[in-house]
Design a protein around this ligand. Structure first.
Ligand code: TMP
Length: 204
């Protein structure tokens, strides 16, 4: 049996981490092995790259350097953790994957879309999610939530950046409706989890 690869996406402060935990519990209750991961991160090397990427002291990081670091972190996670987990039949639930790179580095930063797609192919080692759930929330609300305790290097880009990120996610969902589903992230957290599960029914 092959596993199922599911990714959670959304702008900063959309409630992804909370939903990843709730969704992992719900899927685990169905008797599946659930491997919960986050990007960038999830391996020793990838966590070190994460620290570099989010450190506000690295404000002068070039967009191309940023892109390649996200891809480097992803390649390590994919080879070391995601591929083996899928091979043994687990459900892999990853908080962000290459659609974040499309939304943030192409949408937010304005890097060339075709270039970002090629980089994503390399960074993901060709491993694609079966389903991607985009948690959609008013960016002003999400941004206020994400930055209430201080902003990391990405969050420091501001609200207009988050609005471009959201627009990129919505474009992606329109282009790939089978894989990418937009889910309303407003309201009570258990209601949001129920909405996410509806979008996974056919896979599980
Ligand atoms: P997190 O706060 O959801 O853990 O994600 C870390 C930050 O990195 C978040 O602001 C989104 C950003 N990011 C990108 O810009 N490109 C990517 O490819 C990934 C995975 C995350």
């Amino acid at each position: 049996m092959r596993g199922v690869f599911i990714t959670l996406e959304g702008a900063d402060g959309c409630g992804k981490s909370t939903q990843a935990a709730l969704l992992a519990d719900a899927l685990g209750a169905r008797g599946r092995e659930v491997v919960r991961l986050r990007e960038p991160g999830g391996t020793q090397i990838s966590e070190k790259i994460r620290a570099l990427l989010l450190d506000p002291a690295n404000a002068d990081m070039a967009p191309e350097c940023e892109l390649l670091l996200y891809e480097a972190s992803r390649a390590q996670l994919t080879r070391q953790v995601i591929e083996p987990a899928l091979a043994r039949g687990a459900v892999v639930l990853c908080d962000r994957y290459y659609d974040s790179t499309y939304a943030y580095q192409a949408g937010g930063r304005g890097l060339d879309e075709a270039l970002v797609r090629r980089a994503n192919l390399l960074g993901s080692c060709g491993v694609a999610p079966a389903r991607t759930l985009v948690l959609d929330l008013d960016p002003a609300l999400g941004y206020a939530r994400a930055t209430s305790g201080g902003a990391d290097r990405m969050e420091a880009e501001g609200l207009a950046f988050q609005e471009r990120v959201r627009a990129a996610y919505l474009r992606l969902a329109a282009a790939e409706p089978d894989r990418v589903r937009v889910v309303d992230a407003s309201g009570e957290k258990n209601e949001v989890t129920a909405r996410l599960l509806v979008e996974l029914e056919d896979l599980l």
